[in-house]
Design a protein around this ligand. Structure first.
Ligand SMILES: Cc1cc2nc3c(=O)[nH]c(=O)nc-3n(C[C@H](O)[C@H](O)[C@H](O)COP(=O)(O)OP(=O)(O)OC[C@H]3O[C@@H](n4cnc5c(N)ncnc54)[C@H](O)[C@@H]3O)c2cc1C
Length: 441
C-alpha cells in the first residue's frame, strides 16, 4: 500500500493487490486441472473430464476459502476486509454451484455410483455443502447468536474439506495420479492449519500481550468510547485499521468482535468508538476498568496509504463508521498534512454526532471541511438533511476536482452502497474509492 493512487498519477496498490490475489486464487484453482492434464490418465470421455474438472477446481476453491479468511496480514493488509469478504462470498457461490453440479454430469451412472460405499464421503460432503450454504444465505433470518453461527460455519467447512479430501483420494479418477494426491493433501493440510493458526496459535501468541480496559465513557445514545492500555507491548498500527477485541480472561475464545481504532497511532492507549448493536456491544456500558482484554490486530487496508499522492481526500462516514476516518484525520493532523480534507458525516439525529469536540479540534490544524448530514434533524438545523443517498450527497460533493480526489466510505453496508451510487453518478472511477463495510458476514 505504498504507491500513488490514480489520483496521484499511478495506479492504487489496493487495485494491484486485489488483482494479484485474484490472480493467485485463479492460478491455484486451475492448478489441479493443469496437473491432471499433465499427469492423469486420459480418455475417460467428455462427461468424466467435465465432471472431474468441475470437482477439481471447485474443491481447490473450497480449500482456498480457509486461506482467504485466515486473517493473514499479507492478504488483508493489501486489499482490505471488504475485498476479502466479497471474494469469499462470490467464490463460495461459484464453488458451490460447481461442486453440487458435478455428480449430475455423470447422470446415467449416478445411481450406481451412489450405491457404492466408496462414494459415501462424497455424498456426505455434498449434503453438508448444501447445509453450509443454506445457513450462510439465511443467516440474517436464523435465530442463532453470531458466535455460534460462525463456529458452525467453520466446523461444517472443516467436515466438508475432510469428506471432500477422502472423496477425491478414494474415487476421484483424476486424483489417482500421485502428483494430484499430494497436491490435495498439501492444500488440505494448509487449509486446516489456517484454522489451527486462527484459533490456537494466534491466541497462544496473544498471551504475551494482555490488555486492560482503561476507560469506558458514554458519548451519546448507545455510543461508547472504550480505551485499552497494554500491559506489555503497545500496538503498532496505521490510522484507519481495525482490531478484533476479546474481553475475556484468556484469548482462547470465539467471542471476539472487530472494531476500528479511533485514536491515532503512536500512543500506548488504544481507543474504540462503539455503537450498541447486539449481544456484546450492548454490554459495553457494564465493562469495568481493569478488566482483562485481548487484541488481534492491526488488520485492514482502509488507511491513508491507499490515497497515495491524491491532493484531496473526501471521507463519507455513517454513524460509528467515523472511527477509522477520525483516526486518519488525527494522524494527518499530527503529520502536518497540508492536503484538503472533506468529512461528510451522516447520522439519524444530532446527539449521534460524536465525538463532536474531537472533530472540531481538527479544524484549526487541518485543511478540513465538515458537513454533518442528519435524517431526523432538530428544528433550526442548518446542515444537510437526508440519508447518505445520491440526492443528499451530490450537492455536497459537487465542488472539487474529482481526478485529484480519493474517497473513503465507511459505515453500515446500506450507507456504503448508497454512497457508492452517488460517486458513480459523479463519475468517480472505482480506483479512487476505498470502502469498509461494518459487516462481517
Ligand atoms: C472491519 C470492521 C470494523 C468495525 N468497526 C466498528 C467500530 O469501530 N465501531 C462499532 O461500533 N462497530 C464496528 N464494527 C461492527 C461491529 O463489529 C459489530 O457491530 C459488532 O461485532 C456486533 O456485535 P454484537 O455481539 O454486539 O452484535 P450481534 O447482534 O451479535 O451482531 C450484529 C452483527 O454484527 C456482526 N457481528 C457480530 N458479532 C461479530 C463478530 N464476532 N465478528 C464479526 N462480526 C460480528 C454480524 O454481522 C452481526 O449480524 C465493525 C465491523 C467490521 C467488520
Amino acid at each position: 500500500m505504498t504507491g500513488k493512487t490514480a489520483a496521484g498519477g499511478t495506479c492504487t496498490c489496493a487495485a494491484f493487490g486485489a488483482m494479484g490475489i485474484i490472480g493467485v486464487y485463479v492460478a491455484l484453482a486451475l492448478a489441479p486441472l493443469a496437473l491432471a492434464a499433465i499427469v492423469a490418465p486420459q480418455g475417460n470421455g467428455l462427461a468424466a473430464e467435465l465432471g472431474g474438472g468441475l470437482a477439481l477446481a471447485g474443491y481447490a476453491m473450497l480449500l482456498m476459502q480457509f486461506l482467504l479468511t485466515g486473517r493473514f496480514r499479507t492478504i488483508g493488509g493489501r486489499v482490505g476486509i471488504d475485498v476479502i469478504l466479497r471474494l469469499h462470498q462470490i467464490a463460495a457461490r461459484i464453488l458451490t454451484v460447481m461442486l453440487l453440479l458435478h455428480p449430475f454430469i455423470y447422470w446415467p451412472s449416478l445411481a450406481r455410483m451412489m450405491a457404492t460405499p466408496a462414494f459415501a464421503s462424497g455424498i456426505v460432503a455434498w449434503l453438508l455443502l448444501v447445509l453450509l450454504m443454506a445457513m450462510a444465505l439465511l443467516r440474517p433470518h436464523l435465530a442463532i447468536a453470531y458466535e455460534y453461527w460462525r463456529a458452525s460455519h467453520g466446523a461444517l467447512a472443516v467436515l466438508i474439506a475432510l469428506a471432500g479430501l477422502h472423496h477425491a483420494l478414494a474415487v476421484g479418477s483424476l486424483s489417482a495420479a500421485p502428483a494430484l494426491r499430494w497436491f490435495w493433501i498439501a492444500l488440505a493440510a494448509l487449509a486446516l492449519y489456517t484454522l489451527l493458526h486462527s484459533y490456537l496459535v494466534r491466541p497462544w501468541l496473544q498471551l504475551r500481550d494482555p490488555w486492560r480496559i482503561a476507560e469506558v465513557r458514554t458519548l451519546g445514545p448507545a455510543r461508547w468510547l472504550v480505551a485499552l492500555e497494554p500491559e506489555n507491548r503497545a500496538l503498532a498500527f496505521d490510522a484507519g485499521q481495525f482490531a478484533w477485541l476479546k474481553v475475556e480472561p484468556h484469548p482462547f475464545t470465539l467471542r471476539e468482535n472487530p472494531f476500528s481504532i479511533v485514536s491515532a497511532p503512536g500512543a500506548r492507549r488504544v481507543e474504540f468508538l462503539i455503537r450498541e448493536a447486539g449481544d456484546f456491544t450492548s454490554t459495553i456500558g457494564a465493562l469495568v476498568p481493569g478488566t482483562r482484554a485481548w487484541l488481534d490486530g492491526p488488520h485492514g487496508a482502509f488507511t491513508l496509504a491507499a490515497a497515495g499522492g491524491a491532493k484531496r481526500i473526501v471521507m463519507l462516514a455513517g454513524g460509528v463508521g467515523l472511527a477509522p476516518c477520525l483516526s486518519m484525520l488525527r494522524a494527518a493532523a499530527a503529520a502536518g498534512d497540508r492536503r484538503a480534507y472533506h468529512l461528510i458525516f451522516g447520522n439519524r439525529c444530532e446527539d449521534q454526532i460524536v465525538p463532536k469536540d474531537a472533530i472540531a479540534a481538527l479544524v484549526p490544524v487541518l485543511d478540513l471541511k465538515i458537513d454533518y448530514v442528519l435524517s431526523e434533524p432538530p428544528a433550526g438545523w442548518t446542515g444537510a438533511i437526508g440519508q447518505m443517498t445520491p440526492e443528499t450527497l451530490l450537492p455536497l460533493l459537487s465542488s472539487g476536482d474529482i481526478a485529484e480526489t480519493v474517497f473513503y466510505l465507511c459505515g453500515p453496508p446500506p450507507m456504503v452502497t448508497a454512497s457508492l451510487r452517488a460517486l458513480a453518478a459523479l463519475g468517480v472511477p472505482p480506483a479512487h474509492i476505498v470502502t469498509e463495510r461494518f459487516d462481517y458476514d
